[in-house]
Design a binder for this molecule. Structure first.
Ligand code: SF4
Length: 316
């Protein structure tokens, strides 16, 4: 791993008005992500400074070493209106190097001190390290968390998300966050054709999320934008050549799979959650609504996540 230290001029970023992102402000203290998900739609954000979207995205992590002090300063600006801030939209705020740099932890402390609402989307149980600051922040402002868990099949997990904690660890973290009073939902995403899309596989993840006490459950199929699509197909040729034809057919000149695919996914989620609701095993705080589409750029699941934190309807 290589860590490229930079001093950022600005850390709270405003999402362009034309974006379909249903939130206006984000913080990403890192660029690149050691979680190394094969399908990661944030990869193209690494295509600068001579870095590539493949190995460099996973191994050369840009660290905004002044992120905590910048956030503190930007929140004090008279122009700042205290809007909700989303973290985990372009890189995982709890990827491995957060263990060393503790930038996310520092930012949570600053946001809590400023009573500024925020949400976190992650795939890492490292978030539990920060339970103390999350609970402290939640006493003063609205704090929402979401986990991304696309599969509980260990083989699929190992193959496609090699740098992430095991799904069962993430489910434990969902349980612990909710037990601590920090609302935590789950995004069952992305669901991968030929790997994790059998109805029984999806149902098993949803059941596990319900058992973990998830406050909301949304699901979304894979989409592959140009650039990511080429990267993913090249990876697939090495990892699962038997699936290449299926993907070429599903993503034939398009980033999104046919609508019927998302409908089939949503149907499984609806059936399992309805059954769990009827016997009171699942009581969502707010139902997650997946659009089945990802916002331009950004973390693969950010479009779904943003249905969760603030209970507002999304422009997407
Ligand atoms: S999908 Fe999320 S966790 Fe996986 S590599 Fe991309 S930013 Fe990191």
């Amino acid at each position: 791993m290589e860590f490229l230290h930079v001093k950022a001029k600005k850390v709270i970023n405003e999402v362009p008005a034309a974006s379909r992102m249903p939130f206006r402000f984000t913080i990403n203290a890192y660029r690149g992500c050691s979680h190394a998900c094969a399908y990661c739609f944030a990869r193209p954000t690494h295509d600068y400074l001579g870095l590539n979207i493949g190995d460099d995205f996973e191994r050369k992590i840009v660290v905004k070493v002044n992120a905590v002090e910048r956030v503190r300063a930007e929140l004090r600006s008279p122009k700042w209106q205290g809007e909700p801030i989303a973290m985990g939209t372009n890189t995982d705020p709890y990827q491995r190097c957060e263990g060393k740099y503790r930038l996310t932890r520092g930012i949570i402390g600053v946001l809590g001190d400023a009573h500024n609402p925020f949400s976190i989307l992650t795939k890492s149980s490292l978030i539990l390290r920060d339970l103390d600051v999350l609970v402290d922040a939640a006493r003063r402002t609205d704090v929402r968390t979401s986990f991304s868990i696309g599969t509980i099949d260990d083989e699929v997990w190992r193959l496609t998300e090699p740098g992430t904690p095991r799904p069962v660890k993430r489910l434990e973290a969902v349980r612990k966050l909710n037990d601590a009073g920090i609302g935590c939902g789950v995004l069952v995403a992305p669901i991968l054709p030929g790997l994790s899309d059998r109805p029984e596989q999806i149902a098993a993840v949803v059941e596990a999320c319900i058992d973990a006490g998830a406050t909301s459950i949304g699901a979304m199929g894979l989409h592959l934008r140009p650039g990511v699509r080429e990267h993913y197909l090249q990876w697939l040729e090495g990892a699962r050549p038997d699936l290449v034809d299926l993907y070429r057919e599903r993503f034939d000149g398009r980033a999104y799979q046919p609508k019927s695919v998302q409908h089939a996914i949503s149907r499984v989620v609806a059936e399992v959650t309805a059954s769990a609701r009827s016997n009171r095993r699942y009581r969502p705080v707010r139902p997650a609504r997946s659009t089945g589409r990802a916002p331009a750029g950004g973390h693969p699941e950010a479009g779904v996540e943003q249905q969760l934190p603030w209970g507002r309807t999304s422009p997407s």
